[in-house]
Every structure is written in C-alpha cells, then in structure tokens.
Design a protein around this ligand. Structure first.
Ligand code: TYM
Length: 336
C-alpha cells in the first residue's frame, strides 16, 4: 500500500526552540517510519522580513543540522531547502491566480507582521500563505505536522487546493494540520507572555542550542505565583506551560508528584514548591537538550556532509514535485 504523504517546513529566521521541537519536529521524527515524508527549510519565506544574507545562510545550515540532531534520518525522508525546488515557485504562480486580496489581507499572521513592520508590507508578505500552500501541494501532501499557530495557513492551503480542483478538475488531495495528540501544540514563553519564538522573546525561549547554564537560568526565572487559592484549582496558563514542558522532558513520577502537590495546595497551605519544580524541570531539560546541541554542532562543523545531504534531499524533493507540476500544467492547459 502507498504511504500517505507528509510535508512540513521551518523558516530559517533564528535558532530553533522548544516550540519548534514539540510543535513540529518531534512529530516529524515519529512520522518518518510511517509515512512518505518531505521536510524542508523555508528560506524563501524568510525573505519577507529582509534578513541579513550571511545570517540567512548560516541559519539554513543550522536548521538542517538541528533537524538531523533531533532524530530525522535523511536517508528515510526527503530533507531539502525550499529554494532548491524551483517547481514550488511555478506552482505558487498558478495558486496566486486563485487567491484573493481580501482573504490574504485578513490572515492573522499578515495583520501581525504588517503591524510589526509597517515600512515593509511587501507583496511576498501578503501572499505568504499561497507560497506555503505551494510547498504542501507540490508534494501532494495530506498530513502537515505543525504547531497551533499554523492552523489558519493550513485552512487556506486547503481552500486553494479545493478552488484549483473546482476550476481544473479533481487532481489535488486536500492537506490537513496534524499532531499525534488530540490538539495542535502551543508552547508559551517562560514569562507567560506570548509563544516561544525564534526572533522575539529570547530570554523566555529555550533554544536547542542553549548551553546548560543558560537553560537553568531561564527556567529558574520562569513566571510563577504564590500558588493556588483553593485545592484542585484551574492552572493559570504560565503554570500550565511549566507542566506541559515537564510532561515533555521529565519522567511520569516527577510530573505526578508536582500535579499532586498543586492540587493539594491552597492559600495558607501551599504544598507545591515552584522553586523545586523549576529545579527538576531545569535538570531534565539540560539532559534533554545537551545531546541535541552537541550533535547539531558536530554536523554544523562538517559542511561537506551538509552539502551532500542537501543535494540528496533536493533530488528526492524535486522528483515528486516535477510529477505534480506536470499534472498541474496539463490540468490548467499549459501542455503544448
Ligand atoms: P515556523 O518556522 O515559525 O515554525 C516551525 C514549526 O514550529 C511550530 N512552532 C510552534 N509550535 C508550538 N509552540 C510554539 N511556540 C511554536 N513556534 C513554532 C510551527 O507551528 C511550525 O510547525 N509558515 C511556517 C513555515 C512553513 C511551513 C510550510 C510549514 C512554510 N511552508 C509548509 C508547514 C508546511 C512557519 O513560519 O513556521
């Protein structure tokens, strides 16, 4: 039986962090044995914010290295750089004819970016979701492992594929956001403000490249409070975030102990000691990140290997992309 096709991408706009790992990369690693997987570095997407050229180049290498360090096997999956697949740009052109200015202007990420960079509201920013749809549709993917922040982009990709099928015949499968759990994940910053991010909020974001002491320092500074006022209270979101992280890196006994302590706490009888919880979390996080950091650094030091793997990934990625483009050209009437 043919395996279902999976696509996902990461923008090389800075160091990868726990949000990227738990929202996306952890799923990539699990999916590589079950599905036909295409993972890539979305370097065209990062041009919307006009990055420094040298930094962009280094970030592309880093994203490839960190993906492998997290467990992706470049022999099992196609791991490539977006700009090495020119077929994506051609499909982007066709999909742009099916995307409307009004819907693009209403996209949440567009509105956020337009607010953040009022002097650089370029056409690439407006059509960002169309390029993302082209990334996915070029491999005819049905599953797209992403974090919660990408939900709307996935909905748009589905709309564009549906519109294409309606106009030109039913040739494109519809893609859906995917996570192994019930819900898409959002990892918040440790200050309880917004999500962990590659470029903002850096003191509250834990990066896969962080040294042990930086990890400890950031976690010990994470926002907490005096504890719950009544037993079995609902957790404030910044406390929930610490529990979420603990569930991801600590053993079940540790999580169970702090859950029990939280539920047994009330004003005047605060059983949970957030200081102890953070210490435990910090040590478990160090254990989790150290091997990833060390492996990524070793791969980054070997540019020949990186180039070889990038070429191998591009060859795999282009072969299915060319097939799709042929189908699309035929459907649109561009076959002479
Ligand atoms: P990017 O580069 O911002 O993030 C890469 C992946 O990490 C997830 N993520 C998070 N998950 C949980 N909590 C967080 N704090 C958090 N921060 C990031 C993102 O959801 C994403 O899965 N537009 C995409 C890149 C892209 C793409 C694609 C993705 C381009 N083309 C095609 C899938 C398919 C982006 O900016 O992700």
């Amino acid at each position: 039986m043919q395996k279902e096709v999976v696509v996902s991408g990461i923008r090389p706009t800075g160091f990868l962090h726990l949000g990227n790992y738990f929202g996306a990369m952890r799923n990539y690693v699990r999916m590589q044995d079950e599905f036909d997987c295409y993972f890539f570095v979305a370097n065209w997407h990062s041009l919307t914010t006009h990055p420094d050229t040298k930094e962009l180049q280094n970030s592309v290498y880093r994203v490839i290295a960190e993906n492998i360090a997290c467990g992706l096997d470049p022999d099992k999956v196609a791991l490539y750089v977006q700009s090495d697949i020119p077929e994506i740009a051609e499909l982007y052109l066709y999909l742009n004819m099916l995307a409307y200015k009004g819907e693009l202007e209403k996209t949440v990420t567009f509105k956020e970016k337009a607010r953040a960079q009022p002097d650089n509201i370029n056409a690439g920013l407006l059509t960002y979701p169309v390029l993302q749809a082209a990334d996915i549709i070029i491999q005819r993917a049905v599953k797209v492992p992403v974090g919660k922040d990408q939900e709307q982009h996935l909905e748009m990709a589905r709309n564009f594929a549906e519109r294409f099928n309606y106009r030109y015949g039913d040739i494109l499968p519809l893609p859906y956001a995917f996570n192994y759990g019930d819900e898409l994940i959002k990892i918040m910053g440790l200050d309880g403000m917004g999500k962990m991010s590659k470029s903002e909020n850096q003191q509250s974001t834990i990066y896969l490249a962080d040294e042990d002491d930086a990890i400890r320092k950031k976690i010990m500074k994470a926002k907490t409070d005096q504890g719950p006022a009544t037993p079995n209270s609902e957790k404030p979101d910044y406390i929930q975030n610490l529990f979420t992280l603990m569930k991801l890196v600590s053993n079940v006994e540790a999580v169970a102990k702090f859950e029990f302590d939280f539920n047994a706490s009330s004003t005047g009888n605060c059983v949970i000691r957030y200081g102890d919880m953070k210490k435990q979390l910090a040590e478990d996080m160090v254990q989790f990140i150290t091997p990833i950091r060390e492996k990524a650094n070793a791969i980054l030091g070997d540019k020949d290997l990186l180039h070889k793997l990038m070429k191998q990934g591009a060859d795999k990625g282009r072969s299915r992309a060319a097939e799709t483009l042929k189908m699309v050209r035929n459907a649109v009437g561009l076959n002479y």
